[in-house]
Design a protein around this ligand. Structure first.
Ligand code: 2AM
Length: 557
């Protein structure tokens, strides 16, 4: 031990010891795993600066432990219209309380990611940044707010912020470990997609259904790709060639028209590189300033997001270009107003244990008619209509570590997944079957009509028969005059549901965030209060506790 001490003091003398012992707590608030992935890449950068990164979800951080941390990087996304992501809610409650501890000894920085298409852009990061300062913590570098194309700016920010953290920690900046980079498997992230053959494209909903819900299977044989039940699949779409043609003719240009500053033709840019369906903010603003269209000018003057949303409903880039403009828009100007084409992420509906060489998706095709044209969802229609069997769309696995079957195979599972929200639960059930998990499984499923929309009916009924599904509760909203939704079924079965929670059940929700998930959330509080015999406050504590124990998990969009 004497030798150890000597060794230690030698390190102090050479000035590297503080680096080797300075922890940088990298805390992420993540809804879909993007912020978590960024936290991991920040950890790599921290290590290169001689810091010792400790990566944790905000939901895992105890406020008293937080108060003792000296170097903290918060990486957080924002959920919905300016809300905290699920795993950051309790942390936010704790630091925003009047009883929150002072943080004079803390050095911090905040990396926020968001989407300018929503209200409350990066609001979660802004709130946390402001509150930490109020509590006395010292900012190491200014917050960055990144839009959906966050990879490049956030990684640049990380590259400049890490030396600042290292400096504030008195680190020498020597790398602790300079591990050689492992080769990246194509398909393991967005930058390195994999071309996966689409081997199945099957309609699940009946021909008389109001919806076109499809089951897709991609071949992963020899790809080396791995995924877990609960993960999402990123799909990089190709725009609709019909819309590309219409845009080209609106612009009086050919497919092959060169565009200065780009090494691809205009046609290629519109097909592969930019969003041409949903108009970008920049385009809306430009058109708003250069149109005689009174409606749009009026809507923009009032700066009211809801009214603008209503006006924009069903309108795409072409509709905006077809408004009466007071000056012409050059092709390079137009391209500069577009935003980059984004991948779409879908919850995977298979378990790799049941389908080792495949990945499955369950997607409702978005399609509607507006102002004389049929419009369709960029990626859902791409997969449903334009990818031929055996053709290979670019995909990648988008891990969602927070949304997994419980490690405990005996724990009961309650799953609320109406519509395509069933996707991850099909994966969960396959997973539990594959590992012979003994825990009970309860699925709440619903859609419009039993006859047309009971997707995966045969599988679900077979699982009920085999006992894998302990309970299956169905809510077909339009089979009777009064709407029945999954949350109505939850309340009807409230006593049983509460009993399962008391037995340690995990409660999962997947699907529509704006209405369904909110109503299901309300119903959960109501079930706990009513069937647990609790006051409103105690029921709220009970649900908070579920969140803390990571037994209330959501994959909502
Ligand atoms: P609806 O379209 O008949 O209103 C899947 O889309 C199912 O979710 C449909 O049955 C749909 O019903 C239902 N749904 C719509 N709004 C909902 C809400 N607020 N809560 C739960 N389910 C809802």
């Amino acid at each position: 031990s004497r030798l150890m001490v000597l060794e230690d003091s030698k390190q102090v003398a050479s000035g590297t010891s503080s680096a080797a012992t300075t922890q940088l707590h990298i805390l992420f608030g993540s809804q879909t795993g993007n912020a978590e992935a960024l936290a991991q890449s920040a950890a790599k950068a921290a290590r290169a600066q001689g810091l010792v990164p400790v990566v944790q979800g905000l939901g895992e951080v105890d406020i008293d432990v937080f108060a003792t941390m000296r170097h903290v990087l918060v990486v957080t996304s924002t959920y919905g219209e300016g809300e905290m992501p699920d795993n950051a809610q309790l942390f936010w409650q704790a630091i925003s309380a009047s009883t929150a501890p002072r943080l004079e000894q803390m050095h911090f920085a905040v990396l926020a990611i968001g989407d300018t298409g929503y209200d409350g852009f990066c609001q979660a990061g802004k709130f946390i940044d402001m509150r930490l300062e109020q509590l006395g913590a010292k900012r190491v570098s200014d917050r960055i707010d990144c839009d959906i194309d966050y990879e490049e700016p956030s990684n640049q920010w990380i590259a400049t912020s890490m030396p600042q953290f290292a400096a504030s920690a008195g680190s020498s900046g020597t790398a602790l470990e300079n591990l050689p980079e492992a080769p990246v498997i194509p398909g393991s992230n967005k930058q390195n997609p994999y071309a996966a053959a689409l081997v199945t494209n099957k309609r699940l909903s009946g021909s008389e259904s109001g919806k076109d819900i499809r089951h897709f299977e991609f071949d992963l044989t020899d790809s080396g790709l791995k995924y877990e039940a609960g993960d999402a699949l990123g799909v990089i779409p190709v725009n609709d060639p019909t819309l590309v043609k219409l845009l080209l003719s609106q612009l009086n240009a050919d497919y092959d028209t060169p565009v200065s500053g780009f090494d691809r033709s205009l046609g290629d840019l519109l097909t592969y590189q930019f969003e041409i369906s949903e108009p970008s903010r920049k385009l809306i603003e430009w058109v708003g300033q250069n149109t005689t269209n009174q409606e749009l000018r009026h809507v923009l003057q009032h700066d009211d997001k809801d009214t603008l949303g209503i006006w924009l409903w069903g309108k795409d880039t072409l509709d905006l270009l077809q408004l009466e403009l007071t000056r012409s828009l050059s092709i390079p100007e137009f391209v500069a107003l577009l935003r980059p084409l984004q991948h779409r992420a879908y919850s995977i509906s298979s378990s790799s244990k049941a389908h080792p060489n495949q990945v499955h998706l369950t997607i409702a095709t978005v399609r509607y008619h507006s102002s004389g044209r049929t419009r369709s969802g960029v990626c859902s229609a791409y997969l449903a209509e334009r990818v031929g069997r055996g053709e290979k769309p670019a995909i990648f696995i988008s891990p969602n570590k927070a949304f997994r079957v419980p490690a405990n195979n005996e724990a009961p599972l309650i799953m609320i997944g109406p519509g395509t929200g069933i996707a991850p639960f099909r994966a969960f059930l396959q997973e539990r079957q594959a590992v012979s998990a003994s825990g009970k499984n309860w699925l709440f499923f619903g859609d419009q009509h039993q006859q047309h929309d009971f997707i995966y009916q045969d599988e679900l009924l077979a699982w009920q028969e085999s006992g894998l599904l302990t309970r299956l509760d169905l809510a077909f909203s339009r089979d009777q005059s009064k709407k029945i939704y999954v949350q109505n079924r939850m309340l009807e079965q409230g006593a049983e549901l509460f009993a399962w929670l008391e037995q340690g059940a995990y409660f999962y929700v997947c699907g529509d965030a704006s209405r369904m998930a909110k109503d299901v959330d309300k119903a959960l509080y109501q079930v706990v209060a009513q069937f647990g015999g609790m006051s409103v406050e105690r029921a709220a504590d009970y649900v908070d506790q579920l969140k803390k124990e990571k037994r209330y998990l959501r994959d909502v969009y």
